[in-house]
Design a protein around this ligand. Structure first.
Ligand code: SAM
Length: 289
């Protein structure tokens, strides 16, 4: 019978005298059923290149190397490098980059270590403190990633996958739906981690809409979306007036022309409609001046 991940992690930590580091968001996943469920959700096959953020003590990595063509992993904690190199010494489809993923050009790393790949999937039990910066940086900069399978704090997972007229719907939900097809997969209780975090987690998938956007050219659009949700309880007119200094009558006229009432709030507008509204707003002479 194979040793459970829970036992492996516990004995590794005591043998090597490893402490979990809070500042790196280290909460190790120890439940094999959930680890396998993440891998099956990932839809990895023998041609997939997986990019793993933060392999930690290899809980997830051990399953990823079994099914993927290659696993390229970024780990910020230097004290884990030797452990990981030893653990996967027999796996020639494992490459470890000992660095902060936020400082890396992932596409250049893929090119350097792997060349061409048919499908690239990012899989990560993300450290909570880099969730949003990592997702935004990666969506902005990477042209190669097809899919993200991410474990996040439950609350953040709900926001990233929320639809209009729900309490979790915000600027990030709209941006995610603009750039990807987001999908909430399953909840993960806080009891399956060492150490146990305060809150539950969830796994989401983001399927990138490659042809639909060119993010570096759309910072103005992202600014518009954020402005719309700046104060949730305020109407769109008030939020846009504050962000852009355009008089309210002009904004009212613009919204009417677009088929919205002047009392509308951003939370009641679906992502694709809000993006269309943003494009029209930015192209409208009276609004852009
Ligand atoms: N994948 C392991 C698991 O599921 O048990 C560990 C997940 S733990 C939540 C997050 C991991 O990300 C830790 O190993 C941590 O050291 C690493 N990490 C934190 N910040 C990072 C960063 N900026 N770049 C790369 N790795 C990072």
């Amino acid at each position: 019978m194979s040793v459970s991940t829970s036992r492996k992690i516990r004995s590794l930590m005591s043998e090597q005298n490893l402490k979990t580091r809070k500042r790196f968001g280290q909460n190790y996943l120890i439940d094999d059923k959930i680890l396998k469920k993440i891998v099956s959700t990932s839809q990895i096959d023998s041609k997939t290149l997986v990019i793993e953020i933060g392999p930690g003590l290899g809980s997830l990595t051990q399953y990823l190397v079994e099914s993927a063509a290659h696993v390229l992993a970024y780990e910020i904690d230097e004290s884990l490098v030797e452990v990981l190199q030893d653990m996967f010494a027999q796996n020639d489809n494992f490459t470890l980059i000992s660095d902060d993923v936020l400082k890396r050009d992932m596409d250049a790393d893929v090119q350097a270590h792997y060349g061409e790949a048919e499908k690239i999937i990012v899989v990560a039990n993300l450290p909570y403190y880099i969730t949003t910066p990592f997702i935004m940086k990666s969506l902005e900069e990477s042209r190669k990633v097809d899919r993200y399978v991410l474990m996040l704090q439950l609350e953040v997972a709900k926001r990233l996958t929320a639809s209009k007229n729900t309490k979790d719907y915000n600027a990030l939900s709209v941006i995610m739906q603009y750039l990807t097809t987001p999908s909430f997969q399953f909840t993960v209780p806080n009891t399956v981690f060492i150490p146990r975090p305060k809150v539950d987690s969830a796994v989401i998938t983001l399927d990138v809409k490659k042809s639909k956007y060119t993010l570096p050219e759309t910072p103005e659009l992202l600014k518009f979306v954020k402005a719309c949700f700046k104060q949730r309880r305020k109407t769109l007119i008030n939020n846009l007036h504050e962000a852009y200094g355009i008089d309210k009558e002009t904004l009212k006229k613009f919204l009417h022309e677009q088929g919205f009432t002047h009392q509308i709030r951003a939370e009641a507008i679906a992502a694709d409609e809000l993006i269309k509204l943003g494009n029209d707003f930015l192209e409208n002479d009276q609004c852009s001046t």
